[in-house]
Design a protein. Sequence first.
Length: 97
Amino acid sequence: MTTLETSQTLPLRLTEDGTIRIADSRVSLDSVVHHYKLGASAEQIAQKFPALDLADVYAAITYYLNHEETVEEYLRQQEAKGDEIQKRIESYPQCQR
């Protein structure tokens, strides 16, 4: 008799700084979702990020589609963090030569 596995391990990991990365790579969920929203296929995303397996890209997209509201909130938080870092960098006095 054939059995059907109904659960799979997600290839996602949360880093200390709060970024969600794909598998053991440095590629963020943010990057995969960004390209997916621009219309890239999973195959195109895997080509763009050679460190990712195609299955991991599909898993990340599936996670996004199944948890869209939660991921969108995460993306908003990440963007706010990035904006804050950019403001701090821009506020540093320029080095004088």
